[in-house]
Ligand binder design. Sequence first.
Ligand code: 3HC
Ligand code: NAI
Length: 724
Amino acid sequence: MYAIRLEYANGIAVVTLDLPNEPVNKVTAALRDDFALLFNHIEADPSVRGVVLMSGKADTWIAGADIDEFLTLRNASDAEALSRTGQALLARLEGLAIPVVAAIHGACLGGGLETALACRWRIATDHPKTVLALPEVQLGLLPGAGGTQRLPRLIGLQRALDVMLTGRNVRAKKAYQMGLVDELVHPSILREVAVTRARELADGTAKGEHEMKGRGATGALLEENPIGRAIVFRKAREGVMDKTHGHYPAPLAAIAAVQAGYQHGAEAGYREESRAFGELAASEVSRQLIFLFFATNALKKDPGVSFPAPQPADVRTLGVLGAGFMGAGIAAVAAQQDTSVRLKDTDVGRVGKGIAAVSEVVRERLKKKQITRLQYEDTMALVGGTSEYTGFGRADLVIEAVFEDLGLKQRVLQDVEPLLDPFAVYASNTSTIPISRIAEAAARPGRVLGMHFFSPVHKMPLLEVIVTPHTDRDATVTAVAYGKTLGKTVIVVNDSPGFYTTRALSAYMNEAGHLLDEGAEILEIDRALTAFGFPVGPVTLLDEVGIDVGGKVGLVLGEAFGHRMAPSASLRQVVESGRTGRKGRKGFYLYDEAGKRGAVDPGVLALLPSGAQRQSMAAEEIVERCVLSMVNEAALCLEEGVLRSARDGDVGAVFGIGFPPFRGGPFRYVDTVGARRIVEQLESLNGRFPGRFAPAAVLLDHARAQRRFYPAHGHPLPGQEGGR
Ligand code: 3HC
Ligand code: NAI
């Protein structure tokens, strides 16, 4: 067999899955063939009384179906057939006359968890690497190898729906509490316990089926009768619609497959599951989400400079300048990765506030029981504060997060640079100011770059690293590698005002400002863009980011790019009024004392050039103007070399500024709509608003040559294929 090793221990077949030349086990065609051979073998050998399924990989049990294989599926019926094959194989596993024990260490995901569900008994190691999940919805799919039917039967309907619809990782201990695994053991005794259990199950001496623990009485009552279940299904659908606004068909399809099983029996459930799997696998949404999976994976391996890349330096000590909102956020994620942090602000009061903010972030994990009190204390012990530069001499990396002011940023750089090791890297977390301008103040401009984090730092997945023509390659590599250590997806962009993300976002938000100038309704603007798929509308976002911050960004970008980016009159006037948005409880919307958003503030309308008299505007017009502003700006960033690739532009927009994931990103959007159509729309808008929508040359080229940014078929990122 290709991917399976077989050993025997007193009548128990110990099967070790170990796909050659692959970092993880995944369900490839070869593994499916091996399983079929294994079952034949077991059925033909009466001396085998039980089976233990283990993994030969260090960190994964099985990572699910082979996502590369999905790219070879030509249509929905191919995908449906693939799901049927998986279901049949696992039905055979479930139906074996002898007991099969899943001995799980490492990630047990998607088709991997479905395999475990078809086993008689599941033992998991109590180890941080052991997580169980059905992440299919994150790829625009549903569990297609029986998961929609077996999971609810095992752990109850409501819990199963939660696991399936969120795709979240369930840690081993939690999995045990919810009945998803039957036993927890230390990794060192996994094999031994699994073999013993297989033997006991074969002999009929094992303890009884695992009792479902902790399932609330209400939950059980609701689930046990059709009326209760109908309520659960309805609530689940409503929850999905609230979150997704109907843009993601997969979670709804998963609910329907589970429901089919309850209403018409398991066979109907399996049929519905594979039918929906086929339909979803062929959908545009799934294609875009799978692209994002491959793009983020490719970025994990990208050192940030061309090959051969220098080695990154270890960042053991981090200096953070500015203990405000961002500085404290950065300090918190750094300390959680065991970096020793020196947090500096102008006076001890501010330093104290910063450390309290760090503690708040870390405490959140303690409250969720993701860390112990001891771990919390160890993490906090790594964070030291100073109003001088004490300890900065030891810093391998300094991240500056003081106020957004060029003069100040240059001054703090000059203050700290003489104290630093000559090889230390100096990063600014500015959101707009060109790094080259900051670096003008440096004696060693080669060590200076930008590390643009997003707020809240511990939740946002993106980091934009900005390099100037003078930045040393090893400094870039160090910043990129450290960003990955912090768990971020990192894109590297070349220096320019607003870099990539701030620039693309500003073009979009400013267009919303122009719509306001023309008298559009605030609510209509926000609604149109959330309906397009943005998490919040641009006016709400301005309130969130801070109208004052938006005003400063607008000035820098207006100065840099002239008429195209000149701030709208509405934005200018609201900025001048002193409103700051949610943080000041006064913005475009009303806020209560706790900061909860209410209706549009009637007071703000008087500040807009078109006054309180608003007029309705078609959602298509709003979407076209705002979205195409962003798309065109992204294309300009690509042709100017700010972006290294369309891939980085798409990942940056989705993970940094909320571009709808199911549309893949601005460049994927151009491919979907067609460059020619996009150019026609831009040209028509440019006729109405001269100079604001002149199409980027790269879009004109693509339209003329009918070229795409990504291949229409096969792997979206040629040269990055897995499956060695
Ligand atoms: N299919 C194809 N390739 C996979 C894969 C999968 N399911 N899981 C991981 N890989 C590849 C990655 O692309 C990467 O390849 P590369 O080295 O060529 O870039 C390599 O394995 C290592 O992966 P990571 O760098 O991500 O390694 P980590 O240790 O950081 O993470 C992991 C490991 C947690 C398993 C993570 O890779 C992961 O989350 N994988 C995807 C899991 C998933 O979505 N599974 C569901 C698939 S759909 C399904 O099962 C349908 C079924 O219901 C029918
Ligand atoms: P903030 O106002 O919360 O914090 C700034 C801190 O810098 C204050 O605590 C201030 O006392 C301190 N400071 C001022 N002068 C200093 C000096 N000489 N030495 C040390 N500390 C000094 O501001 P925030 O929001 O944290 O922003 C910081 C930087 O991060 C800005 O450049 C901003 O543009 C950028 N940024 C902000 C984002 C956000 O969402 N707030 C997102 C991404 C970047």
